[in-house]
Design a protein around this ligand. Structure first.
Ligand SMILES: [Zn+2]
Length: 163
């Protein structure tokens, strides 16, 4: 089973950066990251360094016509590249400048949340994700900040064509 880690899609980020308004009519807010404003950036999935310019906007990570389609605030760098090492759990989410407590939210094919669990030790994250995807009902997983509850990245399984 191949597992992929995806940040917010590039086309959505491009729209936010170019038009400076989110899908919910809010003007994108610009701020400077402080010592504790770690993020991470939902584009490159790196933690913010103090002094870096950030954009804040509302994002709905579960696109579905059901009540799980929730909206929350996310930060991105004003300018950076999308996370590309999609087969690797984002290193700065796991062990960056500042520790991030994480939760995994598991969704089924109808895009409804069917399970959620804390990651007690971020070094166990890939192992936990592999075990969760052993359940055929789990279609994709969202990594979220366990304290602030904001969306960080989406995890998908690619069962491939082989056996
Ligand atoms: Zn970034």
């Amino acid at each position: 089973m191949n597992i992929t880690y995806q940040s917010i899609p590039k086309n959505h980020i491009d729209t936010i950066r170019n038009f400076r308004q989110d899908d919910f009519g809010h003007l994108v807010e610009v701020s400077i990251a402080g010592e504790t404003g770690y993020g991470p950036c939902r584009c490159c999935l790196k933690q913010f360094q103090p002094g870096e310019k950030r954009l804040l906007f509302s994002y709905a990570p579960v696109t579905a016509a059901n009540p799980y389609n929730e909206v929350g605030p996310v930060y991105i760098h004003e300018d950076c590249s999308t996370y590309r090492d999609s087969s690797i759990f984002p290193p700065e989410v796991k062990n960056g400048r500042l520790p991030i407590r994480l939760v995994l939210r598991c969704y089924n094919s109808e895009r409804r949340m069917i399970l959620a669990c804390f990651i007690k030790d971020n070094n166990d994250a890939e192992k936990m994700i592999g075990e969760l995807f052993a359940d055929p009902l789990i279609e994709f997983i969202h990594i979220r900040n366990a304290v602030y509850q904001c969306f960080i990245a989406e995890v998908r399984k690619d069962q491939g064509t082989g056996s």
